[in-house]
Design a binder for this molecule. Structure first.
Ligand code: UDP
Ligand code: MG
Length: 214
């Protein structure tokens, strides 16, 4: 595939929540953030069913990249095992590709951006500004309990890596949430409750987002 040269985006086109991809496709993005085990994946499945978004889990895309035997596979595997954040260029490219390939134009990006560098790289490359940021707020105690009980065979769901992931979340990911909070973009959900109750709160966020867009 030849390189697609971006028509220089005008400032105006970047001010709203519609971003551009190199193909020229316009998309709407919601970032879904929260600590490991806060319920991002579970709630995204519900949102997909009710609101017609396509779910893109950054972690799942990275795990698929390992499985596909890509050049970066070993590096990604090592980072995940240590709970560290994979370089933005890898993750941004995977997300961009997934959005280009999808027929949909509405995406839930789950578990990304994980640090300020991720956030800046995504914005610079895609020019996409999120519609809003859904933040699942949950205590470490509850998240730890869920992660240790979920048994999905993940190399990072052991107590040593879980502790590292919590530390990375607090040090690197919370500043991203603070950044979007300062822009009035964060919709915070109490995620320590049962799945159905959390989804009620999620639904009211998406319902008012739909109203505001009309
Ligand atoms: N990861 C990353 N960048 C991302 C998303 C995930 O480096 O944008 C890595 C990181 O090592 C993280 C792991 O993948 O600890 C698992 O991420 P996932 O979102 O699947 O886990 P969750 O936090 O939802 O339990
Ligand atoms: Mg997840």
């Amino acid at each position: 595939m030849g390189a697609v040269v971006d028509a220089a985006p005008t400032l105006a086109s970047n001010e709203n929540t519609n971003g551009g991809l190199s193909s020229g496709k316009k998309v709407t993005v919601v970032f879904v953030l929260g600590g490991p085990g806060s319920g991002k994946g579970t709630q995204c499945a519900n949102i997909v069913e009710h609101f017609g978004y396509t779910h893109l889990s950054a972690g799942d895309l990275l795990r698929a990249e390992i499985k596909s035997g890509s050049q970066n596979g070993t590096m990604i595997q090592n980072m995940i095992q240590e709970g560290k954040i994979v370089p933005s260029e890898v993750t941004v490219k995977l997300l961009q590709q997934a959005m280009e390939e999808s027929k949909n134009d509405k995406f839930l990006i789950d578990g990304f951006p994980r640090n300020e560098e991720n956030r800046a790289a995504f914005e610079n490359v895609t020019k996409i500004i999120p519609e809003f940021v859904l933040f699942f707020d949950c205590s470490e105690e509850e998240m730890e309990r869920r992660l240790l009980n979920r048994n999905q065979g993940r190399v990072d769901d052991n107590i040593e890596t879980i502790r590292k992931r919590f530390k990375v979340f607090i040090e690197s990911s919370l500043p991203v949430i603070q950044y979007y909070s300062s822009k009035g973009k964060v919709r915070k959900i109490d995620a320590g409750k049962p799945v159905e109750e959390v989804f009620e709160a999620v639904k009211s966020v998406f319902s008012s987002a739909v109203k505001n867009a009309q």
